[in-house]
Design a protein around this ligand. Structure first.
Ligand code: FMN
Length: 258
């Protein structure tokens, strides 16, 4: 089959999903149109893909699921029996039902999901888990995955709906959190945190002011800060971080379904 256009869609507050889907697109070996959905939670824009177009759609894994904030965005991507590749990027713990959920959303919205992949990114909560991933090895695997997708599409005889790992009913969403990262004494008021916040939860002028109702706990503000100027007061995630650092430090590898 001749693919007319490749579209990349991703939500990626700390950039690991973005790097991964771009490497897959590179492997596919065609020009692509990039749709960064990270700041699109209020956007009304709908996307309609034709039969001869392919969407590569990537989301990070939050609590073993697709992030709640992405589901509305994903439902704005419509296919007309178009092809899609589902990509979940997780922080070396587990992706549980996220890839299956993403695949199901794409299928329900008119796509034939011809490939899926679970890749690893540095964990948003701690630099000690999945450190600096996706690394060169991950990127090479993502590029190779893109090449396999290209070969599959070119072969013309292929399964149009692949199976991926995961269970339905999906596991329950994470509980809604009532705390958020705040500025600490290291903050120099550079306001980069405000710029990277996907939901505008951090005040433009005063990084000490945070709308905790808006915050999605993506850690983009913590990760971008080179001064260690943001943290959650009282460190309520310390047990989770300790679990991740002790039980999830063994390197996991990307899993491909094609
Ligand atoms: C709220 C939240 C929940 C997360 N839940 C999981 C999880 O269930 N399993 C896992 O391995 N990583 C989990 N992570 C880590 C992210 O999936 C991982 O760091 C991913 O690479 C972030 O993608 P991004 O860089 O595109 O934002 C979670 C991160 C956040 C912020």
């Amino acid at each position: 089959m001749v693919i007319k256009n490749v579209h990349l869609f991703y939500f990626s507050p700390t950039y690991t999903t973005k790097k991964t889907v771009k490497a897959i697109a590179e492997g596919l070996g065609a020009d692509f149109v990039e749709h960064d959905l990270t700041f699109s939670f209020e956007s009304e824009e709908e996307f309609y893909l034709q039969k001869d177009e392919i969407a590569i759609v990537g989301v990070p894994v939050y609590g073993g699921r697709t992030p709640v904030i992405t589901r509305n965005m994903l439902n704005k991507i419509h296919g007309d029996n178009s092809l899609a590749v589902a990509v979940a990027v997780y922080g070396n713990r587990d992706y549980d039902d996220a890839l299956l959920e993403l695949k199901d959303i794409l299928s329900e919205n008119g796509f034939s999901v011809i490939a899926g992949g679970a890749f690893i990114g540095e964990h948003s909560y701690t630099r000690k888990v999945g450190t600096r991933r996706p690394d060169d090895e991950d990127i090479a695997k993502a590029v190779a995955f893109g090449k396999d997708i290209r070969a599959k599409v070119d072969s013309d005889t292929y399964t149009k709906n692949i199976d991926v790992k995961g269970n339905f009913p999906y596991k329950a969403d994470m509980p809604v959190r009532v705390f958020s990262p705040m500025a600490n004494k290291n903050c120099i008021y550079c306001r980069k945190c405000h710029i990277v916040c996907p939901v505008g939860a951090i005040d433009k002028k005063d990084p000490e002011i945070v709308d905790v109702e808006k915050c999605i706990h993506c850690y983009a503000c913590v990760k971008i800060c080179t001064f260690n100027g943001r943290e959650i007061p009282g460190n309520p995630l310390k047990d989770i971080v300790a679990f991740l650092e002790t039980k999830c430090s063994e390197r996991k590898e990307p899993e491909i379904f094609i």
